[in-house]
Ligand binder design. Structure first.
Ligand SMILES: NC(=O)c1ccc[n+]([C@@H]2O[C@H](COP(=O)([O-])OP(=O)(O)OC[C@H]3O[C@@H](n4cnc5c(N)ncnc54)[C@H](O)[C@@H]3O)[C@@H](O)[C@H]2O)c1
Length: 590
């Protein structure tokens, strides 16, 4: 019989503690909520009032249920009031000394059988536990933010935790409606160890003015379907908390990529801790509010399209997945498109691929047959570069090999009319290398679509050191015309999305290789804890291990960052021909 935890103590009712108290009280558990002072109690109470009111507004609970929920919580400034509880969850700031002291005190107060949990994100549960006389009953119970919403709970087992205690805490988490994953005591556990390197990297990009905060966030939302961008997420987590998590991860890993970006410290010192203080990377309409308001930075990031060159027609070079996807996008938005391939047959076949894609939409009732006819009618297949001589923009989407692309750009340079824009949809090669193959580098730009182009909303607009501003404005305006979301960045390996995504995927492979967790647990942690649409191993198998390895090598060669060097396991799988779904075998068998 699983042990009943009828009454539970929560220490620290901040961002996490108040969410945890809500989860507990919602499950009918009596909660003893301990804050440091009256002000802390007031803040915690307010947080819970607002959060439960939102739940009422969204009709997740009714007013009566809300009253009952709030009625189950007793507020106190004294740890002594925890004397009768069955389990304690500590959620005070991420500071080892503070947590250790609280554990030592609580140990003296609660009954001998009481389990004491820490919600620490990165500190050693073992180190916290040794300050009690019951290290066997000390466990990490790491909830995710916002606790009432996120289902994952990482249950952290130390070398001395009693196995029965782990079983009890797992059963308890399940009873709360959560998805527990049991992990060992390592800084960052699964989810944060993989998440925070990525978040820190995004801060560094922002700090270097590589891209605006809006574009960094949009890149991950529209390029990877993440529920939130990295800077939005940091504002939610709290910059002070994020800083401490990175600090302790760095202390343990000595991985430079975990060393908190200097900007974080500056912002915290200035009181910009994120949503909780009403300002972080973004400005909010009040402390603890999720509503972003415009500030000086919002205007600065806007692109002025007044100087955009007129675009009446377009050309696409290539016949692959990306080329045909882009042709479909352009033709659907009303642009006449010249589709240039190496032979007439190939060009015709590529147009037939677009036709097939449109047929699917017609059969699903998403598109009228007459509209499909019109779209196909806008596409002109061609085998000669000269067919592109009159178009206003050419988008190149041939094989991802520099000499091939450079040859295409040299040919385009010969035939394109003056003022025509020459764009490449490369995902990893330097755009400036394509520009250098022409006599008009100012007209060359990157226009990185995502796969499948007709579905994915993101376009990364990559400006080289030579690209003219009106070319940037034109491609921005065109992207919006074809109903995409353009983001801007400089000409660096991986642009925004891949540069943020692949080091994280690589970290996941390294974690698997170190036998810290299974691929299933890692995928679950990232999906259920961080709301990502796919776990890293699912995604790697979809993208293709060879493609992923190539991108990781490009990133490593550009930045020479030790942490980016491809995981040996990934190299071995590629060598063995296990490339993911396309070969029926990758991290998983299909
Ligand atoms: N923010 C996140 O996204 C997140 C997610 C998972 C876990 N965590 C972890 O949860 C813990 C709390 O983080 P947070 O973001 O909620 O921090 P927070 O700053 O929002 O809240 C901490 C609360 O603890 C209170 N407190 C401080 N000293 C106290 C004491 N001696 N006794 C009682 N209360 C005290 C503070 O008044 C504050 O209300 C940290 O260990 C953090 O790493 C945070």
């Amino acid at each position: 019989m699983a042990r009943e935890f009828g009454s539970v103590g929560v220490i620290g009712l901040g961002t996490m503690g108040s969410g945890i108290a809500e989860v507990l009280a919602r499950s009918g558990i009596a909660v003893v909520a301990v804050e440091v002072d009256a002000e802390g109690i007031e803040r915690g109470r307010e947080h819970l009032n607002r959060s439960t009111q939102r739940a009422v507004d969204k009709e997740k609970i009714d007013a009566q249920g809300r009253e009952a929920l709030l009625g189950r919580i007793t507020w106190t400034e004294s740890l002594a009031d925890l004397a009768g509880v069955d389990l304690v969850i500590e959620a005070v700031p991420e500071n080892l000394e503070l947590k250790s002291r609280i554990f030592a005190e609580v140990d003296e107060i609660v009954g001998a059988e009481t389990i004491i949990c820490s919600n620490t994100s990165s500190l050693s549960v073992t180190e916290i536990g040794v300050h009690t006389k019951r290290p066997g009953k000390v466990v990490g119970m790491h909830f995710f933010n916002p606790a009432p919403v996120q289902k994952l709970v990482e249950i952290v087992r130390t070398v001395v935790t009693e196995p029965a205690v782990i079983d009890e805490v797992v059963a308890f988490a399940e009873k709360l409606g959560k998805t527990p994953v049991v992990v060992g005591d390592r800084a960052g556990f699964i989810a944060n160890a993989l998440l925070f390197g990525y978040l820190n990297h995004a801060v560094t990009m922002y700090e270097q003015s590589y891209a605006s905060r809006e574009d960094l966030d949009a890149a991950m939302r529209y390029g990877c379907n993440y529920p939130m961008g990295p800077l939005q997420l940091l504002d939610l987590i709290g910059l002070d908390t994020a800083y401490e998590i990175l600090e302790s991860m760095y202390r343990q890993s000595r991985n430079r990529l975990h060393a908190p970006a200097p900007l974080l410290k500056q912002m915290i010192t200035a009181g910009l801790c994120g949503r909780k203080t009403g300002r972080g990377f973004y400005s909010y309409d009040g402390p603890d509010s999720p509503n972003v308001v415009a500030d000086a930075e919002s205007a600065a990031a806007a692109i002025d399209t007044a100087t955009a060159r007129p675009i009446q027609s377009a050309g696409v070079v290539g016949t692959g997945t990306m080329a045909t996807g882009i042709v479909e996008v352009l033709a659907k938005s009303g642009y006449p498109v010249v589709l240039r391939a190496r032979s007439t047959e190939k060009a015709e076949a590529a147009r037939a691929k677009v036709r097939k894609s449109l047929d699917k939409q017609v059969s699903k009732g998403k598109l009228e047959e007459s509209a499909a006819e019109e779209i196909i009618g806008r596409i002109t297949p061609a085998a000669e570069f000269s067919a592109l001589s009159q178009v206003d923009i050419v988008i190149e989407a041939v094989a991802e090999e520099l000499p091939i692309k450079q040859e295409v750009f040299a040919e385009l340079d010969k035939v394109a009319k003056p003022g025509a824009i020459l764009a490449t949809t490369t995902s990893s090669l330097p755009v400036v290398e394509c520009a250098a193959a022409t006599s008009r580098p100012a007209d060359v730009i990157g226009m990185h679509f995502f796969n499948p182009a007709p579905v994915m909303k993101l376009v990364e607009v990559v400006r080289t050191i030579a690209t003219d501003s009106d070319v940037v404005a034109t491609v921005h305006a065109l992207s919006e015309k074809v109903r995409k979301h353009p983001v801007h960045c400089a000409d660096r390996a991986g642009f925004i999305t891949n540069a943020l995504l692949f080091p994280y995927l690589n970290d996941a492979v390294n974690m698997l290789e170190a036998h810290y967790a299974t691929a299933d647990d890692i995928d679950t942690a990232m999906k259920v804890g961080c709301g990502l649409p796919m776990g890293p191993f699912e995604l790697l198998d979809v993208v293709g291990l060879d493609v992923s390895l190539a991108i990781e090598r490009t990133l490593y060669n550009e930045f020479r960052e030790a942490g980016y060097s491809p995981a040996p396991l990934l190299e071995h799988l590629v060598t063995a021909g296990r490339l993911g779904r396309k070969t029926g075998n990758g991290f998983r068998a299909y």
